[in-house]
Design a protein around this ligand. Structure first.
Ligand SMILES: [Zn+2]
Length: 340
């Protein structure tokens, strides 16, 4: 840690332990590096009497620095002394940035309008990491064991689905669309296996273990009466040739994920993968696809695996209000029921 970082680190600790001293120190440093700006925002947002300083910093920041972590510092500060202002800030920014459990967890166990917060959690597809509400969580296949209410599987409407298909077709995938579409439309697969994701699932290397895993997962699909299609890159043909898999090989110079996502959208297929498709999700967002639609699609269609397939696709693992009772999804696959 260099001197500057060490100094900032100490101030960061002081913000918790000796707030006034932290403010005093911060007032005496005048730098424009981003770490200091963030530290100042964090400290100044925490108390009403310094909040104007935070706003001044914010208003003077160039647009390219107005990133999520800037707003989150202010949000976390505000939560400590003005919940309404904090919630208002969250409402202003939630569409612009990805949000996680960490960003919103401080709102729990406070006196706020939970409908607003839970709507945001639902829209952003946030999975909670800990049970902030009560100590009980439930496995829900479709009916909640606590309140007896049936949870729902949200579906994408056709307009959103077509918009997503158009986004993929606007990439260089378009060149390969005709052949692939014809292949899919004449088939009856119901799950795509992301070949590369499984082949590279051991430390990022293809090995006998990972090839075996692909074989096992393929066979497990068949045992579950599913009809799997592996999508893999042409360069893996040599390795996969000896198996009797149904495989579609994707061409060189194009990302095979595009075939996987497109297939899922076009024919409503599940995808077996642990990939988060981050680049593509980003691309969808840049093309005005709503987070809620992406989350519905991911929640309904992506099946994760460890040594086995992990899935319950009966309900969308997205916060939902059913008959006036909120159900919030946890990262571990379980649910919180908000019935009193
Ligand atoms: Zn319930």
């Amino acid at each position: 840690m260099n001197y500057k970082n060490k100094h900032y680190y100490e101030i960061n600790l002081l913000i918790q332990n000796d707030y006034d001293l932290a403010i005093q120190k911060l007032n005496n440093i005048d730098n424009d590096d981003i770490s200091l700006i963030i530290l100042k925002l964090k400290a100044y947002s925490k108390r009403e009497d310094h909040y104007n300083k935070a706003l001044t910093i914010l208003n003077n920041l160039p647009k390219n620095l107005l990133k999520k972590r800037i707003y989150i510092q202010i949000l976390k500060g505000l939560i400590e002394w003005d919940l309404d202002k904090a919630l208002q800030l969250l409402l202003n920014i939630y569409k612009k940035f990805d949000l996680t459990n960490d960003d919103i967890k401080d709102f729990f166990n406070k006196n706020i309008n939970y409908d607003l917060l839970f709507d945001i959690i639902s829209y952003k597809g946030i999975l909670l990491e800990t049970n902030n509400i009560n100590n009980y969580d439930y496995e829900i296949n479709d009916i909640c064991p606590k309140c007896g209410i049936k949870l729902i599987k949200k579906e994408l409407n056709n307009q959103s689905l077509n918009k997503m298909i158009n986004v993929i077709e606007s990439t260089k995938f378009n060149k390969y669309k005709k052949k692939y579409k014809l292949f899919l439309l004449n088939s009856d697969y119901n799950i795509i296996i992301d070949g590369a994701n499984i082949l590279y699932s051991y430390n990022g290397n293809i090995c006998n273990k990972s090839i075996k895993k692909l074989e096992n997962l393929y066979n497990e699909c068949i045992l579950m009466n599913l009809k799997p299609l592996i999508i893999a890159h042409k360069r893996h043909k040599k390795i996969l040739n000896k198996f009797k898999f149904d495989i579609y090989y994707t061409p060189y110079n194009i990302n095979d994920d595009l075939f996987i996502i497109y297939g899922s959208l076009l024919k409503n297929l599940m995808i077996l993968t642990n990939d988060k498709f981050r680049d593509h999700i980003y691309h969808f967002k840049n093309n005005n696809i709503l987070s809620i639609d992406l989350n519905i699609w991911k929640s309904n269609k992506i099946v994760n695996y460890n040594n086995k397939l992990l899935f319950s696709k009966n309900v969308s693992h997205i916060a939902q209000k059913n008959e006036n009772i909120w159900h919030l999804p946890l990262k571990n696959g379980k649910w919180i029921c908000c019935k009193d």
